[in-house]
Design a binder for this molecule. Structure first.
Ligand SMILES: Cc1cc2nc3c(=O)[nH]c(=O)nc-3n(C[C@H](O)[C@H](O)[C@H](O)COP(=O)(O)OP(=O)(O)OC[C@H]3O[C@@H](n4cnc5c(N)ncnc54)[C@H](O)[C@@H]3O)c2cc1C
Length: 338
């Protein structure tokens, strides 16, 4: 019996698990993927590596900026200073340019890899069922095993969280109402450098929304490009064949980097993010149901970015610590003998 079972080894799940473990709580982290990162993972294809989800992050809050300082000192995070272009019409409300674009080194998942190495993380098994028994949760994975825990922290994207909790918690209903935009990503590897006058571009016309020379980020090598299609295009072609999507996005890339049309990529791979970004996150750092000792967290709660996921995970840990402390005396006076 674990004290807490965290489902999801992304920013929310691992920041929570780290806080809980630091407070002396017994935590197990489960993820269906082969490694940590979630939507901020790094995909390898032979010699090429791609940040095919989260691209870079910023630090707005003092607490996150403080954590970033520590990761920089450890060499896990560095500033990325790409030459940026904007294609198409500039949005009427472009937002502020971040003081610093931060990336993981050598991949966006660097911090999460480090955190997960210090935690009890079990990968490669999808949680298929969550059932509240008398005073604990039974967590069943598709590997056939069952894990017992007094509390559960679920950090899956909202539609998946709602599906797992359907009929078991009132939080399922709240989660099911949080929309997520999809995103098709295309990874391109080339044998030699392309002639392009930018390292990253926002695209406000056509299928693409973002283009990045992944290898211009610190600690990367080779000539690797990562493209994201915009939410409307991605939604419209959500069920299309990956090869067809790759052809469309490659043609759009050629329109932006004409020199690329003169060479055949050594690698072309499309990836669909069905749940990529929450356009309208809840304004609550996490969702808790004390009676069942259940917490939901993720970027869709408090802010639809990496920092939001980190903030949400820490808020979830604080909520769990409060409950654990209240029941078990972890943070109160030790139980009196007798
Ligand atoms: C294409 C794209 C571009 C982005 N660009 C940026 C950017 O530039 N800057 C930025 O700040 N943010 C960006 N983001 C958002 C950022 O990646 C997320 O905000 C952040 O990674 C979310 O972390 P999380 O822990 O909330 O969720 P996730 O990373 O989604 O973690 C949830 C985890 O739960 C696991 N899981 C789900 N269901 C189950 C189950 N049943 N059983 C076991 N495990 C399960 C998943 O495998 C996953 O690892 C981008 C995201 C995408 C997809």
């Amino acid at each position: 019996m674990h004290e807490v079972c965290v489902i999801g080894a992304g920013w929310a799940g691992l920041s929570a698990a780290f806080e809980l473990t630091a407070a002396g709580v017994d935590v197990v982290v489960l993820d269906k993927a082969r490694g940590p990162g979630g939507r901020c993972s790094t995909r390898r294809h032979g010699d090429f590596a791609f940040d095919h989800g989260g691209q870079y992050f910023t630090a707005r809050s003092e607490a996150f900026a403080d954590a970033v300082r520590g990761w920089k000192q450890e060499g896990l995070v560095a500033a990325w200073r790409p030459r940026i272009r904007v294609f198409g019409r500039r949005p009427s409300n472009p937002g502020t340019t971040p003081a610093e674009r931060l990336v993981g080194v050598p991949g966006m998942n660097a911090v999460l890899k480090r955190l997960s190495a210090r935690l009890d993380c079990r990968f490669g098994g999808r949680v298929e069922e969550l059932r509240r028994e008398r005073n604990h949760w039974l967590v069943r994975r598709d590997r056939g095993d069952e894990i017992l825990a007094r509390s559960v922290l679920l950090t899956a994207p909202p539609a998946q969280a709602a599906e797992l909790l359907a009929g078991r918690s009132e939080l399922a209903e709240t989660a099911s109402r949080v929309p997520m935009n999809p995103c098709w990503a295309l990874m391109l590897g080339f044998d030699g450098p392309l002639d392009a006058d930018f390292d990253a571009a926002f695209d406000n016309e056509g299928p693409l929304s973002w283009l990045a020379r992944n290898s211009s980020k610190p600690g990367r090598s080779g000539e690797a490009w990562l493209l994201h299609a915009g939410p409307n295009w991605s939604r419209q072609h959500l069920e299309a064949e990956p090869d067809w999507v790759a052809d469309q996005l490659l043609a759009a890339f050629h329109a932006r980097v004409p020199s690329a049309a003169e060479t055949t990529p050594a690698l072309v791979s499309a990836h669909r993010w069905r749940y990529a970004l929450a356009p309208a996150p809840l304004e609550q750092e996490c969702l808790g149901e004390a009676r069942q000792r259940l917490v939901l967290a993720g970027d869709w709660c408090a802010g639809n970015r990496i920092e939001g996921a980190w903030v949400s995970g820490r808020a979830a840990a604080a909520q769990l610590l409060e409950w654990i402390g209240a029941v078990d005396g972890l943070h109160g006076e030790p139980d009196q003998p007798g």
